[in-house]
Design a protein around this ligand. Sequence first.
Ligand code: CTP
Length: 402
Amino acid sequence: MLKGKKVVVGITGSIAAYKVPFLVRLLVKEGVEVRVIMTPVAKDFVTPLTLATLSQHAVIVDPFKADNGEWNNHVELGQWADAMIFAPVTANTLGKMAHGIADNFVVTAYLSAKCPVFITPAMDLDMYAHPSTQNNMAILRSFGNIIIEPQIGELASGLTGPGRMEEPESIVQILKDHFTRQHDLDKKKILITAGPTHEKIDPVRFIGNYSTGKMGFSLAHEAAQRGAHVTLVAGPTNLTSEHPNIHRIDIESAEEMYQICMQEAPLADMVIMAAAVADYTYSRQSPIKLKKGSAPLLLELSPTRDILKTIGANKKNDQIIVGFALETDHESENAKRKLISKNLDFIVLNSLNETGAGFGLETNKISIIDRSGTVYQGKLGTKPAVAAEILDFIVKNRTIQP
Ligand code: CTP
């Protein structure tokens, strides 16, 4: 599957550079044509000679001059590559990539890339956690780059935490998966909802829930990576939507989400309703702040409209409708009932009883139920990994018309 692919491997100055010869070797074994480029500091961690020997090609370090005195052409490399993998990427290079500071050949080649770009950060845990690093990663994601998140483990500093560069075998697998999936949702229109809704009581108070929107945003990002045109209807959240294929519409209440979804759903090939929509709203919103009193305050709530049920009732033949069910008890039973009553193709079950699953966590563990009642058990993973798992399952189990 990787045979014949052309891949640029860009190395920067981190101790994790010692892993890159293994990466290059694995890629070459898969039949990949590899060109290695390095920053000057990376040479202190791993030698160009090792990498040239393994890749069977000269390694480029100097931005301007090859050994034979010729100019190193980053633009040509950008046109040539089917993928670029930057590994390891230091906090310094992340910043340069995010802000276009092209003072070495690695960043210059990155800026010339016309292909998918994989960025594999490696650094100490505090540097990784710093808002500056996190912001730079968010910027890079917003350009459509794929960040291969570092692993949690022992770091060169002796500390333990996130920052360890992903292992070469996993990077190769991610690349394989990418080329398999790359076009499996090409030009499909997908409507995804995410996050909570806020039902206003007065100008300063609302009824909400603990949803952060991470699962829905991960689904939107993953679908966009696979070529889909995503409309993301997002409830109040601090998350950023990170792909040029994502058209984001922010809403606040269940009714606003309903209105947008009614416009968008008929245009969609697939609808994924991951939002935690309020079931009740307060219809007598006060235009001014309610004042404290000594008597109990009773709020009469009225039911919101069930967005997914309406979409399911109007489902077109070739449309795929996916719901979510968050359950605390009788999980499968409740989810199956929702699947049928809302006329869905699949329902993704989130159980609050699963360790590692739930609101605000970085990880999730789901199961997916289809119309025959078959239950697919997912694995515990990061929300982006679970998003990929959900889309893999849907694509595999339901042929989407080209
Ligand atoms: N949903 C919706 N509109 C609503 C409520 C829920 O579209 N007003 C969607 C959710 O986005 C989710 C699915 O319906 O995809 C199931 O939501 P959930 O809250 O688990 O189920 P409810 O139908 O609200 O039932 P209950 O609250 O009794 O569990």
